[in-house]
Design a protein around this ligand. Structure first.
Ligand SMILES: *Cc1c(COP(=O)(O)O)cnc(C)c1O
Length: 412
């Protein structure tokens, strides 16, 4: 690639500004690596846990130990970790249906849950929670934080589950910090100890030294083709937290009569173990890449979120472009800079579960894995690209060069 001097200079200048911030990211990664390593040692993980299993999978020690490992790392009593969970949306759906019963109310306290959950919660005639007589209400964030007074005012005797979205999803806001979540949990639990507080933890794992389950959240839920899969897990999802809820969710996941006693995986579990082992490092790579892209675009005069220098609460970087064309160009440059399908040109398209057309750049080894470098955005004004992932910082840096070249010299 013939990089202009201008682009090289922009990237080098941005990188220099981030030296201090990168040190902090490395420090968190080291802490989390230790936490993960200790969990491997406590659970005596060995080659025998990687074995392929089939059929019912009774006494599948690979599966059972993987669940224990996640529970320890995330500070929950129990966990469900499974390649049989097809995605983050599936894991979240299982968790909601596992805990909620007809007549209960679900209260979302960070505005709209992630796009793909809308049909799950309030869809009509599609088997949604609403179809099963589960009510729903929602409270928006106030100045980017949970509006705790409004939350407490809106809890009623039917409120059974409070839903917190840690990451921004497709919203122009920052992710919540674990501290923000801790404060809300504490205030809610003071008066309502038997409401289940569930956190959509997607994109949040290993960003900080603690997870929401370590500050009192009852359940956290996420995808294995995001942070905790470390870029290695080929599929799957997890649910972790208090036993009373994890057991109910296990009953929904398989069957009330068999719960987590069954489930096999004919490909073996090595990639899940190796994935969670790699995850603290991979997340740090993605965060550093995200910081660099944020700094570069902010230096170029675009609005980005988080602001450059601000700490990250998730691995996503939002960049607000002036035009739809710039947005599409950005996603195309990311695709061109990918190791896989670099010749594919992304176009805006209708996607199941999303309201607007979405453009997605994902030249990834694991299809759609957004811990790998990817960019996507709904096609609507204001034109915001959401960039996430990157298995290596170097790759994100190179991709950022592609993007800047396209922005500066498109017509040359
Ligand atoms: C990715 C994501 C989900 C789940 O999406 P899947 O594509 O089904 O894995 C849910 N919430 C947030 C915030 C996410 O980022």
């Amino acid at each position: 690639m013939n990089l202009s001097e201008e682009t090289q200079k922009i990237i080098a200048t941005a990188q220099k500004k981030l030296t201090k911030a990168f040190e902090e990211v490395d420090e968190i990664a080291t802490y989390n690596q230790m936490k993960v390593l200790e969990a491997f040692q406590t659970n005596n993980v060995g080659q025998r846990h990687f074995s392929q299993t089939n059929g019912y999978g009774y006494d599948d020690i690979g599966r059972d130990t993987l669940c224990k490992l996640f529970a320890q790392i995330f500070g929950g009593e129990k966990a469900i970790v499974s390649p049989l969970i097809v995605s983050g949306t599936h894991a979240l759906t299982l968790a909601l249906y596992g805990v909620l019963r007809p007549g209960n109310e679900m209260l979302a306290i960070t505005g709209s849950p992630y796009d793909t959950l809308k049909e799950v919660i309030v869809g009509e005639g599609n088997g949604s929670l609403k179809d099963f007589g589960i009510k729903y209400s929602q409270i928006s964030l106030k100045d980017g934080k949970i509006d705790i007074q409004a939350v407490l005012n809106n809890i009623n005797e039917n409120t059974k589950l409070i839903f917190i979205g840690r990451s921004r999803g497709y919203e122009w806001r920052n992710a919540l910090s674990v501290n923000d979540i801790a404060y809300a949990v504490k205030e809610i639990k003071k008066s309502y100890n038997n409401i289940c507080i569930m956190v959509d933890n997607c994109y949040g794992e290993f960003i900080e030294k603690i997870e929401p389950t370590q500050v009192g959240a009852d359940i956290i839920v996420g995808s294995l083709i995001k942070n905790p899969g470390g870029g290695i897990a080929p599929t799957g999802g997890y649910i972790c937290g208090k036993s009373q809820y994890v057991d109910l969710i296990a009953g929904r996941f398989t069957s009330p009569s068999i719960g987590m006693e069954v489930g096999s995986y004919a490909y073996g579990y090595k990639d899940f173990y190796q994935g969670i082992f790699m995850a603290p490092h991979t997340v740090a790579q993605a965060i550093k890449g995200s910081m660099l892209v944020g700094q570069v675009y902010s230096d170029l005069g675009f609005e980005t979120m988080p602001l450059s220098g601000e700490t990250c609460g998730d691995i996503i970087r939002s960049i607000k472009f002036d035009t739809q064309e710039q947005l599409i160009d950005f996603c195309r440059a990311i695709q061109e800079a990918s190791p896989i399908d670099s010749n594919v040109v992304p176009y805006p398209w209708d996607m199941p579960g999303y309201e607007h057309q979405v453009i997605m750049a994902a030249g990834t080894f694991v299809a759609g894995a957004s811990i790998e470098l990817s960019a996507d955005s709904p096609i609507k004004a204001p034109y915001i690209a959401y960039l996430q992932g990157g298995l290596t910082y170097e790759h994100v840096k190179i991709a950022c060069m592609y993007c800047v070249e396209k922005l500066l010299f498109k017509n040359n």
